[in-house]
Write a protein that binds this ligand. Structure first.
Ligand code: SF4
Length: 462
């Protein structure tokens, strides 16, 4: 039995036998949506080689770890988990273990030095090579293949098979890498310079997804607002706002989201495209990081608190009923009480619907890890608790403002706590519980009847 599989770079198709027919794989994913989407591609490749996904490492012939280096303790968790897999390998020498993602890219040969039972280590630009690398490991022994920053990666492999978690909702990568240099962030080091996919490739992928019943698309990039700057389409550089409008024309796509924009690069044209393109949801994830200009400068963020708030106001004036979420880092090196209070003031003024709040932890390899005046853990914890309390209050107030309003929701599936209740999302990405059961992807209108601190209750309206 053979299957056509895109194994090489874009446009190169190879025909290969399905060499792992009947074998089982388990993938554990750490980190962000980029990684979650890469996991879907890895799963698609493995499935195209004859394998099937299972839910536990114990039942697998191949275990893949798709790693992250951003979150706190990510390295400790990775090596702890790898340590726990050693026993599996001793008990079953035919088991294969592969490690990909940002930690693989950062640590390179160190992974096999610290965990000699790992068969394959692959970098952030080597996902499309995973089958070949497994073949190599089985024939010749352990292998590490990561991309090398001395070689420019100029293209994103398109057309890889993808095994998606959801039938109605899909991620679509529009850029990889990042040209910024935020001093707390490892992404530019492990994912390289920014590369944009050509708009035609993006649209073709979305049309193909729509033809399979996908209704909701989330466009992914580290900084979607710089999309297209590296492209040259007969002298023309496509803008992110152009792309949003084109995606909005794809028949069958009812909801478009994107993450993440960068406040420094966000311009009015994107807000106008959001307001004028019906399928684009009234939702923005707008990462503040700090409300102190001094800290923002040390982070290399490229904006001030005042400018951030002006841009948020501009968006809200153009996009009616915009829901906004953010990221905030507490305890960046040198952050004083005064700096932290500036963050509280901006969070109060911005009235975000939701916030992802992080305690600063130094990531090896980033400039911030080497900075003087690291803030002690107790101070970070106390400030963090104050910020969480403030944002929880604001989130609850924002939720209460929704009571009595009518919202269109899309069903995600049964609620985890009660199978007779559906977990649904509004266009603003608010979680609404509705009594009843519906197929995931079903859309209908609800009246919001009650606000809880982190979700809403609703009842259907005709
Ligand atoms: S914009 Fe900053 S935080 Fe975001 S990926 Fe690039 S360097 Fe990291």
């Amino acid at each position: 039995m053979t299957q056509v599989t895109a194994l090489g770079m874009p446009g190169i198709k190879e025909v290969r036998p399905r060499t792992r027919e009947g074998q089982r794989f388990f993938i554990r994913t750490f980190g962000c949506q980029m990684n979650a989407h890469d996991t879907e591609r890895i799963a698609g490749l493995l499935e195209s080689d004859g394998m099937r996904a299972v839910d536990s490492a114990e039942a697998a012939d191949l275990i893949v770890l798709n790693t992250c280096t951003i979150r706190e303790n990510a390295d400790t968790k990775l090596y702890g988990y790898l340590g726990s897999l050693k026993r599996f390998k001793i008990e079953n020498p035919d088991l294969r273990i592969a490690v990909g993602g940002c930690a693989a890219q950062k640590d390179r040969d160190m992974i096999q030095e610290r965990a000699g039972w790992v068969d394959v280590v692959f970098g952030t630009h080597n996902v499309h090579r995973v089958i070949d690398l497994l073949d190599h490991a089985e024939e010749w022994g352990p292998i590490t293949e990561i991309w090398d920053e001395t070689r420019t990666v100029t293209d994103i492999p398109s057309g890889l098979p993808v095994l998606r978690e959801s039938d109605h909702s899909a991620w679509v990568t529009i850029t990889i890498g990042c040209n910024n240099s935020c001093t707390f962030c490892i992404v530019p080091i492990v994912r390289g310079r920014e590369i944009s996919r050509r708009p035609g490739d993006v649209i073709r992928e979305i049309e193909a997804l729509a033809s399979t019943g996908v209704k909701e698309i989330t466009l992914l990039g580290q900084n979607v607002n710089s999309y297209g700057r590296d492209l040259d389409l007969n002298g023309h550089k496509p803008l992110f706002s152009d792309l949003l409008r084109r995606v909005g024309e794809v028949a069958g796509i009812e909801r478009i989201r994107y993450t993440s924009p960068h406040p420094k690069d966000f311009r009015e044209d994107v807000a106008l495209a959001m307001a004028e393109t019906e399928a684009v949801c009234e939702q923005i994830h707008f990462p503040l990081q700090s409300g102190s200009d001094r800290v923002l400068a040390a982070m290399h963020r490229g904006y001030t608190a005042e400018r951030f708030l002006e841009k948020l106001e501009m968006m809200r004036s153009i996009v009616k009923d915009l829901a906004a979420s953010t990221d905030v880092i507490v305890g960046f090196p040198g952050e004083t009480e005064e700096d932290f209070e500036a963050t509280l003031a901006v969070v109060e003024a911005a009235r975000f619907d939701n916030a992802f709040m992080f305690q600063f932890s130094p990531r090896p390899g980033t400039p911030a890890a080497e900075m003087q005046h690291q803030v002690d853990r107790d101070t970070i914890q106390q400030r963090f608790d104050r910020l969480v309390a403030l944002q929880n209050r604001i989130t609850f107030e924002r939720n209460q403002e929704q009571v009595g309003t009518i919202s269109e929701v899309m069903v995600e599936g049964p609620s985890k706590r009660d199978g007779s209740v559906a977990a649904t999302r509004t266009r603003g990405n608010r979680l609404v519980h509705v009594v009843g059961t519906w197929e995931p992807g079903t859309m209908y209108n609800v009246e919001i009847t009650r606000a809880a601190p982190h979700y809403l209750d609703g009842s259907t309206v005709s």
